[in-house]
Design a protein around this ligand. Structure first.
Ligand code: ADP
Ligand code: MG
Length: 812
């Protein structure tokens, strides 16, 4: 069952009016005095001269002005399409129903506007152009799956005819078709709707339908028609929105109405302004519907009065975009028809529409699509596996046994019993990560428990406690853990004797300060090295570094007894130890040599500093002694001068022994001072050099440690292996078979060449191909019919070549 319309989900748009255009057929006898166009090309004025002979009554109106959405005068087919249809078609592609109708007297150009002249590409009308626009849009859309179907219905004397019927009986007559009203909308039961995969397919159907059209003889134009033709393009686009399939359904009705001429042209003479009855009755009903639709007070719209209005029930105004083209002849002779067409167009413009997008979410289809995709992917996987001899791999959800296997594999891996975990499939990789996460969580908990049993963990944001800890000398101002130097067991909470505590907990920074060097880690470094970023760890038990490491770092597997730290870490624990702990380990293992040199240099530096301070102290003592002696000597001299000085026979000053001894002592002290001062200078130079060495060693130690830490605990082994040049992970790998099938097909190349050679460019290929096919078939049919006419009644001839039948065959 195909719905012509369905309520579905409605996305409301702004209120619109039906758009109405007038297209003037070019003519050599254009009545310039009668028809005048407004300067903006949106209005048209009609002037009729009072003509007593023709019986125009003087007191009747003779001038009219019509305001429309556009006057298409001397307008090409292309421009007409751009103005009238392009927007409507592009909106149809987003889910809005659209209707374009050509109205006008026979010969005014309705068919030319709608279908166009099939002989030349540039004269093609709205239908082939709309088809082209739809398929071009499909070609450009990447994320939606769009299907297009076509139907072509003719209504002739209240009879429904399927112009594309595939039944073998004599045409798809009214007997098999009926207009059905249902909650989802109106549809024509029995009307064939054909899926088309490309533009050419759709045009084939159009040309075929055209061939099958009922054409009645008419005095004005031998091609004129009294039938209404509705060419419908159904668009269904399916877009996947996450796992849902969103369906957008829309249709474009392209309607070529029957001639709107009135009953008797002669009858209308003498009463130009009086409306004559339509030859085609359904047009009268259409007009009534238009008037009713334009009246907001009207509740009942009599759509069912005629087949035409019934079929168009949900295509006129209302929820769809509607455009009317009033085709008029520019000749004075047809001014009556022109007037009535313009009136019709103006009435159409009164109708308000509120177009909505028709959207549904097809859950059943979603499931089907996903199932299909899964089965395709499974097939592809199976093919891929068989190519690489991995036929035993399964991709279903993991069983409990498989999960248990993965778990034990990880434990083996962490213990170092196996070097690698083979990657089997995606689920397995996910499970491996899951198990790793579990182990990490478990160990985090264990580590914290262990830490809590040995340390007080202070929250870094708990300033009061930190202040107390700082006061107690447990942490320094940078929250730097003050290491315990001496081996003392302290119960917690810590004793309230801060001074004593300070002595017992010799901090690393203090120690380094004492040694006259900078701390190995800055406060910030150490914070990063602490077991938890938000906690300060304060040792509460007598632990040497090694034991601490072992305790913090025990990466126990389920049934694994704890091992010494070195062995444990060499086997890659499942959770990295804290940096402080790891650093101790590093200094004993890989970093032992550099650490030894660092320590040696540091002890030399320390020794030199000690020596230097001893020498400095000694210098000070000497200096003090020298001062004292100088004072004593001065006192001696003063005493001597008061008592009178003794001189020998040679006139040399005689001093007593005490003074002499003082002078000798001063001399020695001066010498000692000089030596010590020289030594101090040497020591200072040495200290400077040693300090430089110690700094360099420290930097090297830290940088080597960082590398070792990352490699040992942070980067997974398989990643390290995989990232090596010979590893198995390379980004952007494309299966070779995919690359191979990108090669251009011979046929494609030929078609491209053919397209390029067409004079009107590649866009016209489908049009010409379809036309050629229709022409071939027509020739064939003509031959066949002339043969069969001898045996069959005219009007019921089976179309050969295809099981399609023609209700009537018009042989030109
Ligand atoms: P209708 O379908 O309204 O009876 P047609 O479309 O068959 O009228 O037009 C009658 C004739 O006038 C056709 O030969 C058609 O090619 C020609 N014609 C109509 N409109 C135009 C136009 N705008 N430009 C050129 N030729 C036109
Ligand atoms: Mg026509």
């Amino acid at each position: 069952m195909i719905l012509l319309s369905s309520p579905l989900f409605r996305m409301h748009a702004a209120e619109k009016k039906v758009r109405a255009f007038v297209r003037v057929k070019p003519t050599a006898h254009f009545a310039q005095d009668v028809i005048k166009f407004g300067p903006d090309n949106k209005s048209i004025d009609i002037y009729i001269k009072k003509d007593a002979k023709k019986g125009v009554v003087n007191n009747k109106q003779t001038d009219w002005s019509f305001k429309l959405d556009g006057v298409l005068h001397n307008t090409s087919q292309e421009m007409t399409y751009e103005t009238v249809a392009k927007k409507l078609v592009s909106e149809a592609l987003t889910g809005y129903n659209g209707t374009i109708m050509c109205y006008g007297q026979t010969g005014a150009g309705k068919t030319y506007t709608m279908t166009g002249a099939t002989a030349e590409y540039k004269h093609r009308g709205i239908i082939p152009r709309a088809v082209q626009q739809v398929f071009k849009a499909i070609a450009c859309s990447v994320d939606s799956f769009i299907t297009v179907r076509i139907s072509y219905l003719e209504i002739y004397n209240e009879t429904l005819c399927d112009l594309l019927s595939t039944t073998t009986s004599s045409g798809a007559s009214d007997m098999q078709m009926a207009i059905v009203d249902c909650p989802q909308g109106v549809y024509v039961k029995g009307l064939s709707i054909h899926s088309v995969s490309d533009e050419e397919d759709a045009l084939n159907l159009l040309f075929e339908g055209e061939t099958n059209r009922v054409i009645a003889e008419h005095s004005l134009n031998k091609n004129s028609s009294r039938s209404h033709c509705i060419f419908t393009i159904y668009i269904e686009s399916r877009v996947r929105v996450l796992s849902d399939i969103r369906c957008i359904n829309s249709k474009i009705n392209l309607i070529d109405l029957a001639g709107s001429e009135r009953l008797s042209k002669t009858g209308s003479e003498g009463r130009v302004l009086k409306e004559a009855a339509y030859i085609n009755k359904s047009l009268s009903f259409l007009e009534q519907i238009i008037i009713a639709l334009a009246d907001p007070k009207r509740e009942h719209i009599p759509f069912r009065q005629s087949k035409l209005t019934h079929v168009l029930k949900d295509s006129l105004g209302g929820k769809c975009n509607t455009v009317l083209v009033a085709n008029i002849c520019g000749e004075a002779l047809h001014v009556e028809e022109t007037l009535s067409s313009l009136r019709f167009a103006t009435r159409m413009k009164w109708i308000t529409t509120e177009p909505v997008v028709n959207v549904t979410y097809d859950s059943e289809e979603t499931v089907k699509t996903l199932e299909k995709e899964i089965s395709l992917l499974k097939q592809e996987l199976a093919m891929h596996d068989s190519l690489v001899n991995r036929s035993l791999v399964t991709y279903g959800p993991l069983t409990d046994v498989q999960v248990a296997e993965i778990k034990s594999q990880i434990h083996e891996y962490l213990k170092g019993a196996i070097d690698e975990i083979d990657i089997m499939n995606f689920r397995q990789v996910q499970e491996v990560f899951k198990q790793f996460k579990l182990i990490v969580r478990q160990q985090e908990g264990e580590v914290e428990t262990r830490l809590r049993s040995k340390y007080i963990l202070i929250d870094k944001n708990d300033f009061a406690t930190i202040a107390a800890a700082q006061k107690l000398g447990i942490v320094d101002v940078d929250y730097h853990l003050l290491k315990r130097q001496d081996v003392q067991t302290r119960p917690t909470p810590v004793s309230p004797k801060p001074d004593e505590k300070k002595k017992k907990f010799m901090t690393s920074s203090e120690r380094f300060k004492k040694e006259g060097t900078k701390s190995l880690f800055s406060g910030r470094d150490l914070a990063a090295h602490l077991p938890s970023k938000s906690q300060v760890v304060v040792p509460t038990k007598n632990l040497d570094v090694k034991e601490k490491a072992r305790n913090e770092d025990t990466v126990k597997n389920d049934a694994q007894p704890s091992k010494p730290i070195s062995e444990e870490i060499s086997q890659r624990p499942s959770s990295p130890p804290s940096k402080a702990v790891a650093f101790e380990q590093f200094k004993e293992e890989c970093g032992s040599e550099i650490n030894r040199i660092f320590k040696e240099n540091k002890s030399i530096l320390l020794a030199r500093r000690k020596r230097s301070s001893t020498v400095a102290r000694r210098i000070n003592i000497i200096k003090q002694e020298m001062e004292d002696i100088k004072k004593a000597l001065e006192a001696e001299r003063q005493e001597r001068s008061q008592q009178g000085e003794y001189v020998d026979e040679k006139g040399r000053l005689i001093i007593d022994e005490k003074e002499f001894l003082l002078i000798m002592k001063l001399k020695d002290l001066k010498e000692e001072y000089r030596c010590s001062y020289a030594e101090l200078q040497d020591l200072k130079a040495e200290i400077q050099y040693c300090q430089h060495l110690v700094d360099r060693c420290r930097n090297k130690l830290i940088s080597e440690f960082e590398i070792w830490y990352s490699e040992s605990f942070l980067i997974p082994t398989y990643v390290q292996n995989a990232l090596k040049p010979s590893g198995n992970i390379r980004p952007g790998m494309i299966p070779i078979n995919r690359v191979m099938c990108l090669e251009e097909d011979e046929q494609e190349r030929f078609e491209r060449m053919q397209e390029a050679m067409l004079p009107t460019g590649p866009d016209s290929v489908a049009f010409y191909k379809a036309k050629m096919k229709t022409d071939q078939k027509r020739t064939y049919n003509r031959t066949m019919s002339s043969l069969k006419l001898m045996h069959k009644k005219p009007g019921h001839i089976t179309a050969a070549g295809k099981d399609r039948t023609l209700p009537f065959l018009h042989v030109t």
